[in-house]
Design a protein around this ligand. Structure first.
Ligand code: AGP
Length: 619
């Protein structure tokens, strides 16, 4: 939800902090701020809006301070105004911090601190933590001979013991211009270990190009960073030996590579992303799939009698596709749950139920909470995720990485198609331990191997899509309609349009339209029909007739050379004819492009749409 960076070392801090925030801006961009400790003491700069505003402000007064922290915000408490922008100050300025997460008991703490004489300058929950640490400093003992950092660590520990909620924190102290403390519970933080310099960030991308040695902080852990080194402590158990991992980060250096936006780049990266998802996972000898990280014994695998797929947003749509895939290929009952509901619905879950968290970022708070809840109950809980070392990947008992590469655009595209591809392989994997024949397995593998080519062919529709976007960019409502595998595709197409063009759009099973939504149909409301040839083709054609009869414009995503569709639809966008179980991956491409081009025409910020963030790390 927010991005945090920190730096301690011998070089000027601000260049790393600014570039790091730029790489994290996809996590939130309502406001941004940086604090540094230099000869002139603590300096804080904050601006509303995108990071370029902060960079301009900092450019007015360059600083050579060698320690600092930064933050880019997605507002949870308090409007996106300067007063609510991070960093926040505690006490009379002896503490400065940035926070990612939500403090659930901030109201009560604020009342206590205000009564104790602390002045609040913002409407945020985060400011409470700054004042709490300032209060903790007053209580920290100046034990003789103790580690010089001890009073500051004790102050932070004491403050954290009063909090309820989640936090990723980076903290500076006016009286210790060489010390940065980090703390993590529920919001990710990584420490980068350089040569005589140490980095802190919400994920590894800001560290690319600076170091490949990383410590993934775990919940309840704190880190102290100084120019002479870093330490890691467990909040209660004391100092621990950190596990320094070497991580190939170069690919995390974001680059548009000639595209106008990350979203368009990632739409066009899908053939390669799908190849990467399948690399080394298709087994011709046994006509099955191979996964190294499920951590399931053959007995556990065979005993699975039900699967729950849980996620949010686009990942929830991919889970719906997974339901069709796994039930068709493996004949195992699948239930799809919104993660935010699963956590509180408390459904009865049998001993042989397998739970999968479906997530691109691996940091979505609702999905993390659902995964932790089913794990707490003792159920085998796995993750299908795109970010190595992310919170959900760490929390799960095992899982499958997408290997789709970094997805920067807030609107998820290649993660959706990669999730669907992995879920198809999972269906094959489970199916071949049950009733899926060798021949059927071979046919499935053959189709999967053609998938990158089919997606590449689907991308050829872009000029056609651009023309359709021109015609309908002024509409205020869209309907998206499909059946079976293309029902979740319709939902995904509607979400793409909503979140980047701000046009209201609804996805429905095509048959469901006559049970109410058809009342919305008029000549101003385009209906997008997914109507490839298949077992429900005639039924969808009938639904198109119903819309046509009421004067509704029709945009059809159809197979090649289909005169029936051509006669009925106002616009036809052709995609390759593929086996039904792979249609979502091919048919979603024109829907992604349609959303992209409509948003462009409407002047929307495609990569950073209003009110959104790439990773929703609050519930
Ligand atoms: C998708 O375009 C949205 N950005 C959003 O719905 C996203 O899919 C959702 O927040 C889940 O994110 P995750 O896959 O990283 O868990």
């Amino acid at each position: 939800m927010c991005g945090i960076v920190g730096y301690v070392g011998r070089e000027a801090a601000i260049p790393f902090l600014l570039e790091g925030l730029r790489r994290l801006e996809y996590r939130g961009y309502d406001s941004a701020g940086i604090a540094t400790c230099g000869p002139e003491g603590l300096t804080i700069d904050r601006t509303v809006g995108k990071l370029v505003n902060l960079a301009a402000k900092l450019g007015e007064s360059p600083s050579d301070a060698t320690i600092g922290l930064g933050h880019t915000r997605w507002a949870t408490h308090g409007a996106p105004v300067v007063a609510n922008a991070h960093p926040h100050v505690g006490g009379d300025g002896e503490v400065v911090l940035v926070h990612n997460g939500v403090i659930e008991n901030h109201v009560q703490l604020k009342q206590e601190l205000a009564a104790a004489g602390y002045d609040f300058r913002s409407a945020t929950d985060s400011e409470v933590v700054a004042h709490l640490i300032a209060e903790g400093l007053k209580r920290a003992s100046e034990a003789e001979g103790a580690d010089a950092n001890a009073p500051y660590l004790d102050a932070v520990r004491w403050a954290l013991s009063r909090l309820r909620g989640t936090y990723g924190l980076a903290i500076l102290f006016r009286d210790r211009p060489d010390l940065l403390i980090a703390a993590r519970f529920g919001s990710p933080l990584v420490v980068g270990v350089g040569k005589g310099e140490y980095f802190l960030a919400s994920d590894a991308s800001p560290l690319a190009g600076r170091t490949d040695r990383i410590v993934y902080l775990a919940d309840h852990q704190l880190a102290t960073l100084t120019p002479s080194g870093f330490t890691v402590h467990h909040r209660e158990q004391g100092r621990i030996s950190p596990q320094i991992e070497r991580v190939k980060l170069d690919e995390l250096i974001p680059s548009l590579e000639g595209f106008d936006h990350y979203m368009l780049k990632e739409i066009h990266e899908q053939p390669e992303a799908i190849r990467n998802a399948m690399r080394g996972r298709l087994d011709d000898q046994d006509a099955t799939a191979i996964f190294g990280g499920l951590n399931l014994t053959p007995q556990q695998l065979r005993s699975v009698d039900r699967i729950i797929l849980t996620g949010c947003g686009t990942s929830w749509h991919a889970a719906l596709v997974g339901e069709y895939l796994i039930e068709e290929l493996a004949r195992i009952p699948v239930e799809v749950e919104y993660a935010s509901e699963l956590r509180y619905r408390n459904p009865p879950i049998g001993h042989n139920t397998l739970v999968f968290g479906i997530t691109q970022s691996g940091e979505t708070a609702d999905t993390l909470a659902a995964v932790c809840e089913t794990k707490r109950k003792g159920h085998r809980t796995l993750a299908i995720c795109n970010v190595v070392g992310s919170s959900i990947a760490q929390a799960a008992d095992g899982g499958i990485y997408l290997h789709a590469g970094q997805e920067i655009g807030v609107a998820s595209t290649k993660a959706f198609t990669s999730h669907c591809c992995v879920l198809a392989m999972l269906g094959l994997y489970f199916g071949r331990t049950r009733d899926l024949s060798f021949e059927a397995g071979q046919q499935t593998i053959e189709a999967l191997r053609s998938l990158p080519m089919w997606v590449q062919q689907a991308l050829q529709c872009e000029s056609r899509v651009r023309a359709v976007a021109q015609r309908f960019a002024d509409a205020t409502n869209f309907l998206y309609l499909g059946r079976r595998y293309n029902f979740p595709t319709a939902l995904e197409g509607a979400l793409k349009l909503k979140e980047i063009s701000y046009i209201h759009a609804e996805g429905y099973p095509a048959a469901e339209m006559k049970h109410g939504p058809i009342a919305l149909v008029d000549r101003h409301t385009p209906s997008v029909f997914l109507v490839p040839r298949g077992i429900t083709y005639d039924k969808v054609m009938a639904n198109m007739e119903e819309v046509k009869a009421r004067g509704g414009p029709i945009i059809a995503i159809a197979g090649h050379d289909d005169p029936q569709v051509e006669a009925l639809a106002d616009e036809v966008i052709q995609v390759p004819e593929v086996p039904e179980f792979l249609q979502p991956i091919v048919s979603v491409v024109p829907l992604q492009l349609l959303a992209y081009h409509v948003a462009l025409i409407r002047g929307c910020d495609v990569d950073r749409p209003r009110n959104l963030a790439k990773s929703v790390t609050v519930e």
